[in-house]
Design a protein around this ligand. Sequence first.
Ligand SMILES: [Zn+2]
Length: 184
Amino acid sequence: MQEVMWEAVKTCDAAYDGAFFYAVKTTKIVCRPSCKSRTPSQHNVKYFPMFSMAVQEGFRPCKRCRPDLLVIPNEEAIIQTAQQMIEQEYGSNLTLHVLAKQVGMSKYHFQRLFQKKVGKSSLVYLTDIRLGKARQFLAETELSITQIGHAIGYNSSAHFSVLFRKQVGCAPTQYRNQVRGDQS
Ligand SMILES: [Zn+2]
């Protein structure tokens, strides 16, 4: 593996960006494999699977290839995955614990990252998606309130009704009548 990584460093192979980082012991700088800086001597190179690990050992990010900025797309990808999961599996029991575990982060870090990237907590995001679906079901289907509650992940229809009233401003049945009344 060291040979493969060394080859990537020598050829500035961008395909390995994010797969690993390399640091130069003499300059105390950490780079992406694709960095166009002068190729260091092989015996001065140290490899890291993660950028943060190099920083922990005292290496500074290269100003030319900015390996510190490469961390951001990874965070974006994590949050996108979580959002997709919420959008597709809003009907199941998606707790913070489940979401954090799915993307391989601690609950604490996931919660903070999600809030930072999306502007609301994952729970609020999930509730928004669920209530959006509920409105759609109420307007377009003949499903009962209990069935809709189940379909969007609430086992108790009372809980669903209370939440709906709080967020939308009227009971689910009222909403259905209003929407249908407007349409006819
Ligand atoms: Zn660099």
